[in-house]
Design a protein around this ligand. Structure first.
Ligand code: KG4
Ligand code: ZN
Length: 335
């Protein structure tokens, strides 16, 4: 079995997975969302302190599996450095104490493996990764080579939901709150679909976020920012953000043929987005794969699953050498 730790942002999570059957033997996640909610976003120092409290508590409960482990893994990139360090140091200590090999896992590759939690991975495939930190379209080759087809020049998809939720005073994280509010909204505000008509394969959410800000200010000035207006605005924002994802993907689908397309990351829980993507893939004759709802957001199960691939190839790192890399370097992730 393999034990994996995820602590790249604001979730402390530990998983123990059977390396042959992929059965999840132990899984726990302590989310810090409520602690960060009053600040409207993740406060790094607070996240670091909460990881230091939560991880030993979860590991204590995973202790019955320690004697059956063949490796220890942790997310070491990308993420908040003060958060990553909590999980990585804990994994180093465990590897040294139990005399086990240590594996560093790229968080984004972890999200990709959330599609294969209980099965062998099958590539090639296209992947849309939509989370709080990233928005990208990847082409993953049969041998695992990775090409980034589109990424965001500013905010990520999930982050734009968080920021709009903050502007509307809804709390953090904003994705599910906006989605819930948007359900009964009317599409009565005109918001721009970013980079519409622009042939660049790039995402951008800052202009849309500003358009929402301007609309909120107008409504406030007119004394019309009531519950209905908030619902309608949430609906229009969600429509525009999802239309932007779809618009660029449509173009990518014209340029490339995918037999399979996976959608991962915390924001892939959005049902409106799921519906649009399902239609797109149906039209393109391409099989669509989603991660289970429970494992869309950050979790250690996907890290354990990704680590099993490295365990098979014996891609270990000595505890003294496993570095924390906060920034993204996806090109080397599959190599
Ligand atoms: O993957 P994740 O848990 O963390 C990162 O690696 O960033 O993604 C969290 C992000 C947050 O920005 C959250 O607001 C967004 O995913 N999110 C959603 C939904 N549920 C979570 N965004 C849109 N609609 C949702 N239903
Ligand atoms: Zn994530």
């Amino acid at each position: 079995m393999i034990l994996a730790i995820e602590s790249s942002c604001d979730d402390s999570s530990v998983a123990v997975m059977d390396e042959r059957s992929f059965e999840l033997k132990f899984y726990e996640k302590i989310s810090q969302e409520a602690d960060h909610a009053k600040y409207g976003g993740v406060v790094p120092e607070l996240a670091a302190r909460l990881h230091t409290e939560a991880l030993p508590r979860i590991l204590q409960r995973a202790k019955p599996y320690f004697s059956e482990l063949s490796a220890v893994a942790a997310t070491n990139t990308p993420g908040l450095s003060v958060s990553l360090i909590g999980g990585v140091n804990m994994a180093k200590a465990l590897a040294l104490a139990l005399n086990l090999p240590l594996i560093g896992v790229n968080h984004l590759i972890g999200h990709v493996y959330s599609l294969f939690l209980g099965s062998e991975a099958r590539f090639p495939m296209g992947v849309l990764l939509v989370s709080g930190g990233h928005t990208m379209v990847l082409d993953i080759g049969a041998a695992g080579g990775i090409e980034i087809l589109a990424t965001t020049g500013d905010d990520s998809f999930g982050e734009s939901f968080d920021k709009v939720a903050k502007m509307l005073g809804l709390g953090y994280p904003g994705g599910a709150l906006i989605e819930e509010l948007a359900k009964d909204g009317e599409p009565r505000f005109e918001l721009p679909v970013p980079l519409k008509g622009d042939r660049r394969l790039e995402y951008s959410f800052s202009g849309l976020k500003n358009a929402v800000r301007v609309q909120i200010e107008k409504l406030k000035e007119a004394g019309e920012l009531d519950e209905r207006a908030m619902r309608d605005l949430a609906r229009c924002f969600e429509d525009a953000a999802c239309a932007h994802i779809l618009d660029k993907l449509q173009r990518i689908f014209e340029l490339r043929r995918f037999a399979r397309f996976g959608v991962v990351g915390g924001a892939s829980a959005n049902l409106h987005l799921r519906g649009l993507l399902t239609d797109l893939c149906e039209r393109a004759g391409c099989e669509i794969l989603f991660a289970p709802m429970k494992f869309c957001s950050d979790n250690a199960a996907m890290i354990a699953r990704a680590a099993i691939e490295k365990l098979r190839k014996k891609e270990f790192t000595a505890p003294a050498e496993l570095e924390i890399i906060p920034h993204l370097n996806l090109r080397s992730a599959f190599e």
